[in-house]
Design a protein around this ligand. Sequence first.
Ligand code: DC
Length: 227
Amino acid sequence: MIIAIDGPAASGKSSTARGVAAAAGFVFMDSGLIYRGVALGFLEAGLESTADNAEISLQRFQIEITCIDRHMHVHIDGVDVTTELHTPQITKMASQVATLPSVRKRLFGLQRRFGDRYGANPGIVVVGRDMGTVVFPHADLKFFITASLEVRAQRRLTEFHQVGETPSFESVLGAIAERDRQDSERKIAPLKRALDAVLVETDKLTLAEQIDIIFRHVIEQSALKRV
Ligand code: DC
């Protein structure tokens, strides 16, 4: 079974998807991490995010994804970089390289093979911006998780505080608004809700409630598949 979850930056979709995967015993694939891996490759090679450099990058570094303990890991030139991909510099670069058609094309095959393989057994939860619309239009279940810009900024600010950083609310809100713009206005695979995706509006929900709502759908779908 393939469960596709999309939504804007800081909507809580990754935490929710991870929780759903754990509850269902499924593999978890965070496609944002793969774009972040490419961004790291660009940064380490000193490349700017231009279409020409996207072609060059194909020869400069190798990106692979593997499954370890039901979680997707990203490897650049054979090195597991999964835990190094959340710096502000990589976050900014990821949203830029994600607008490049040849980068998206290259990652499409990686994601599709991984998703179809683990979707068949034991099942997979895939999360990103274009999972339900482009990469897995054949997913068994699709969700679009959203929250207001203010709530998303507040959640991100809390995460910063937890690691001892103190940016202003306005700067966090501004950065998320800019990523929203870049993710939804790009020409190729923009962030949008698939017509058949269930909308989950999370302003007033806790993480546990979000996981529960989606997990109930998964149980229902599993029962339908068995009939
Ligand atoms: O979800 P995230 O913040 O880790 O994603 C990093 C960037 O990658 C984000 O700015 C948009 C891009 N992305 C994308 O274009 N398509 C996806 N399926 C996942 C992420």
